[in-house]
Design a binder for this molecule. Structure first.
Ligand code: C2E
Ligand code: CA
Length: 887
């Protein structure tokens, strides 16, 4: 704005200068001089109005000082030119001139004070050096001669000394302005440079007046004109505002300054030399004094320069160090603007130094963090640690860990220091790590660890709402078979698909996790909501109902589900999960594909089972085991052709235990070999005894179960041979029952064992046939004599589909040359249906339960007696009543 004004004024000044020298001295002195002087005052005032500097008072002081000088000039010119009178010394005109010094010096001093932030001792010393040398010159040239002058009186002498002293003071202040910190703008140069010709003119004027040869209307006046025009232009220049902007002073010492200071220090010897050369008496005392002052100042200054250089070096080292750290350091001022930053900040934020310098830090922060920064700026927290989101130049947000230290009160920092560490990658890594440790890598569901944490959290939050929490423990039935028959990859695919189905079951407030292997967990945050956990279990079953398609094969998946409901007052997460797990094992025992709600009694049973396991070996050794026999009947004539040997344990305190109470435990604890061996020996012994006593005829066979675990053990062949040898039983009278699943699981070794057993003449029956996954191809590889059709088919033999199914199994057995045995026949109509399906043999509670040796012996002796008895005219065999027999 109005940037041309100062130029216009300069042009006008040059024109006025020309006019001054071209016009005759009287009119020039009276009019042009006045115009030049007052134009300067007006220019300064206009400059203040137009440029509006912060520190107006300084400029008004300058204007006032110039005005006093102009008034002095006007009075002087009026007296000499108009009144043609000499100016007395001292005169009233000095009253106008002399106040100019304090006014102008005051104005410049104010500017100096505002420009310099912090103390600047070095500049002060520099000012001292220059002032001392100029002082010596002024003393030698002006003050000394005035003092020593014999022609003038004391008041005149005093006034005459006041001018050079004022000039020295002005030069000193101006030098302070010149050497101090702050921007060196055009206005700065105009203001400081104009003082030189003015002081020069003053000095020359005083000196020439002293020697009495002052020429009027000469080049000397140009010095004052330059001062008037220079200051007017300085005030009009827009950069005059920057004169009062505070800036830290630069610690460096420039070559020019070094030269100036050096020359200043040489003034005393130069004066000494000149006075000597001119034949004057040297001003020894003043020269010695000035020399000493200068020497001391120069010494101090040199020391400071050296100190500074060391400080600068260490600062440079420090700066390199902090720039090398990956932490970014930013210092902001009280208004939140960035005043300092390390180059690591530029790297961290992808922003250049110029983009950062002076920028408000909050502009880079996420909204919330920016708000927190405002709070920090207004509070007086000394040190604090924060987490911020700060924006990179590419637009992405970086997460930073920030330490803030409020050093606004510390003069060497004067701001808040933020040390920021970029933790974006670390946070991302943490998150991923947490995700991995809390998730199942195969299905992506929460893992057991996270599930337990969730259950615990839900229990805790349930404390407030007082609602129960339910856990469903889902275990896939016979998953091992899928893995074994189709491979692990297929097993994995199936698990992923199951996980996906279970997720569809999970509604809000329900969470699914994979607890391991083929086990999944469901957490119902409100055990009462949505029809409760039982309905959730039904939904799980329904979700698994449609067959899964894995590697082109349709697989149907069933699950056993245990449910446990608890409240924070009764359960911990671990307890709840353990209860659900226990309920699940009961569901398995109860025949799989079902759910069971946990009951405290299950605990007792489970504990009992553990006790049982511990006692089993002792039980075998103490002969607590017995064998019961269940007859196998020929459908065609109703004759008992054989019996299945079934283990029983007459427990001293628990009473008679059934195989389900101890066989699974025996299988997992490795006792099954001993148990099977014992039963085998006992069954062979008993059967041979019956044969010898003619209780049964030669064709009678005893069926003995062989555990899959045992079958895998190569010693099984030896065990069988030993039992036959010890009992003397004919191998033909022994049938070994092997579960269908045992054949699939360890195909090669079971086959080898069975082959060896067959060689001796022992026959083999496939137990529980139909429910496993054995294919026809599988079946023909094994040396089999009987196929025992699982009870689960017999249960449905009355239905059309059930009958078709049993018929297919019977036909399959026959086509392979095996006999079919229907297991678990409980009802008469089942027996009738089986008869129509050409099944060879039957076994079941309808005919007889597993009976003690003495009980079955009665049946065996009387087996023909029952034929034709009541109840079923179609049947050619009776319904035996073992209890009636026993009684
Ligand atoms: P399994 O081989 O399927 O034996 C038949 C089971 O069905 C026997 O149960 C028998 O009592 C039962 N049963 C027979 N007819 C009916 C019926 O009409 N209705 C019902 N509900 N059940 C009937 P038990 O004696 O409890 O034996 C269970 C299982 O324990 C046997 O199943 C067999 O796998 C195993 N087991 C029994 N004794 C031994 C043994 O000495 N060694 C081995 N390794 N396992 C044995
Ligand atoms: Ca069996």
């Amino acid at each position: 704005m109005m940037a041309w004004l100062w130029r216009l004024y300069l042009v006008l000044g040059i024109a006025l200068t020309a006019a001054y020298y071209l016009l005759p001295s009287e009119s020039a002195g009276l009019f042009v001089w006045s115009i030049i002087g007052w134009s300067s005052v007006i220019a300064i005032i206009v400059g203040i109005a137009v440029n509006r500097p912060d520190l107006r008072v300084a400029w008004y002081l300058l204007a006032a000082g110039v005005a006093m000088q102009v008034i002095g000039d006007n009075l002087y010119n009026y007296r000499t030119i108009v009144q043609h009178l000499d100016v007395a010394n001292p005169s009233y005109i000095d009253l106008a001139y002399l106040p100019m010094y304090p006014l102008v010096i005051g104005g410049v001093a104010l500017l100096v004070r505002r420009r310099t932030s912090g103390r600047d001792r070095s500049s002060l010393i520099d000012v001292g050096i220059i002032t001392a040398s100029l002082g010596l010159l002024t003393w030698v040239l002006l003050i000394g001669p005035y003092i020593h002058s014999m022609h003038i009186g004391a008041p005149e002498r005093l006034i005459s000394i006041a001018y050079p002293i004022g000039d020295i003071a002005l030069v000193a202040t101006a030098t302070r302005l010149a050497v101090g910190g702050g921007r060196r703008t055009t206005a700065f140069w105009l203001l400081t440079a104009s003082i030189i010709p003015m002081v020069g003119a003053d000095t020359l004027y005083s000196y020439l007046s002293l020697v009495g040869v002052y020429p009027e209307h000469s080049f000397i006046e140009a010095g004052w004109i330059a001062f008037y025009i220079g200051w007017g232009a300085a005030a009009l220049h827009p950069s005059m505002r920057a004169l009062s902007t505070p800036t830290p002073s630069s610690a460096r010492i420039s070559t020019v300054r070094l030269l100036v200071l050096g020359s200043a220090a040489l003034v005393p010897p130069a004066v000494l030399f000149t006075q000597g050369a001119l034949g004057q008496a040297p001003d020894t005392i003043s020269i010695a004094l000035a020399g000493t002052v200068l020497l001391v100042l120069v010494l101090i200054r040199t020391a400071r320069v050296a100190q500074h250089a060391a400080a600068e070096r260490s600062e440079a080292r420090f700066r390199t160090l902090i720039d090398k750290t990956s932490d970014a350091i930013v210092v902001i001022d009280g208004k939140g603007r960035i005043r300092y930053h390390t180059s690591s900040t530029e790297r961290m934020l992808g922003r250049s130094a110029s983009e950062l310098e002076g920028t408000s830090l909050s502009e880079l922060l996420a909204e919330d963090d920016a708000r927190r920064l405002v709070v920090l700026l207004t509070s007086d927290t000394v040190s604090t640690t924060l987490g911020w989101r700060i924006q990179h130049a590419d637009g992405r947000w970086r997460e930073v860990e920030v330490t803030a230290d409020d050093l606004r009160a510390a003069s060497d920092v004067g701001g808040i220091v933020f040390t920021m560490r970029d933790v974006t990658d670390r946070n991302r890594f943490d998150l991923e790590f947490r995700r991995q440790t809390l998730h199942d890598s195969l299905t992506g569901l929460a893992n057991r660890k996270q599930f337990i944490v969730r259950v615990a959290q839900t229990l805790t939050s349930g404390k407030r709402s007082d609602r129960p929490v339910a856990v469903l423990f889902v275990n896939l039935d016979d998953f091992k078979m899928v893995n074994d028959s189709l491979g692990h990859a297929a097993g994995d695919t199936l698990l992923i698909a199951v996980a996906a189905r279970l997720t569809t079951v999970a509604r809000s407030g329900c969470r699914v996790a994979r607890l391991g292997g083929d086990e999944f967990g469901l957490l119902l945050e409100n055990g009462h909501a949505d029809g409760g956990p039982k309905l959730a279990a039904v939904r799980v079953q329904a979700a698994l109902q449609p067959p899964f398609l894995v590697t082109g094969k349709q697989i149907s998946v069933r699950a056993s589900i245990g449910i446990a409901v608890g409240s924070p007052w009764t359960h911990s997460a671990d307890n709840l999960l353990r209860d659900a797990n226990l309920a699940m094992s009961f569901a398995k025992q109860m025949g799989k594909d079902r759910f069971e709600l946990f009951l405290p009694a299950m605990h007792e049973k489970a504990t009992r089972r553990l006790d049982v396991a511990a006692e089993l070996l002792g039980g075998i050794e103490r002969n607590e085991l017995t064998v019961h026999y269940q007859p196998i009947i020929d459908v065609s004539n109703g004759h008992i052709v054989g019996a299945e040997a079934l283990a029983r344990w007459q427990h001293p305190t628990l009473g008679l235990l059934l195989p389900k109470d101890f066989i699974p435990i025996a299988e997992t604890t490795g006792l099954i070999g001993a148990l099977d061996r014992w039963v085998l020996n006992e069954a062979c012994r008993q059967t041979n005894e019956w044969k010898n006593a003619d209780v049964v005829d030669e064709s009678f066979h005893v069926n003995v179960n062989l555990s899959a675990v045992h079958l895998r053990d190569p010693s099984v062949v030896e065990t069988v041979n030993a039992a036959l040898n010890a009992s003397g039983l004919d191998a033909q009278a022994l049938v070994l029952e092997v579960n269908e699943s045992a054949l699939i699981e360890d195909h090669d070794s079971s086959r080898a064992s069975l082959d060896s057993i067959k060689e001796v003449g022992v026959r083999v029956a496939v137990d529980n046939f139909g429910i496993g996954y054995s294919s026809f191809a599988h079946l023909i590889k094994f040396p089999i004599d009987f196929i025992k059709i699982s009870k689960s088919f017999i249960d449905h033999v009355n239905t059309t589909e059930g009958a078709t199914m049993v018929r297919a199994l019977v036909d399959l057995a026959h086509s392979l040359g095996h006999n079919a045995i229907a297991e678990g026949v409980e009802h008469l109509d089942q027996a009738r249906a089986i008869e129509l399906l050409d099944c060879d043999f039957v076994q079941g509670n309808l005919f007889a339960e597993a009976l003690s040796p003495s009980d079955i012996a009665v049946l065996l002796v009387n087996q023909f007696v029952a034929i034709g008895s009541a109840g079923s005219p179609q049947l050619r065999w009776p319904q035996p009543d073992p209890y009636a027999q026993r009684a």
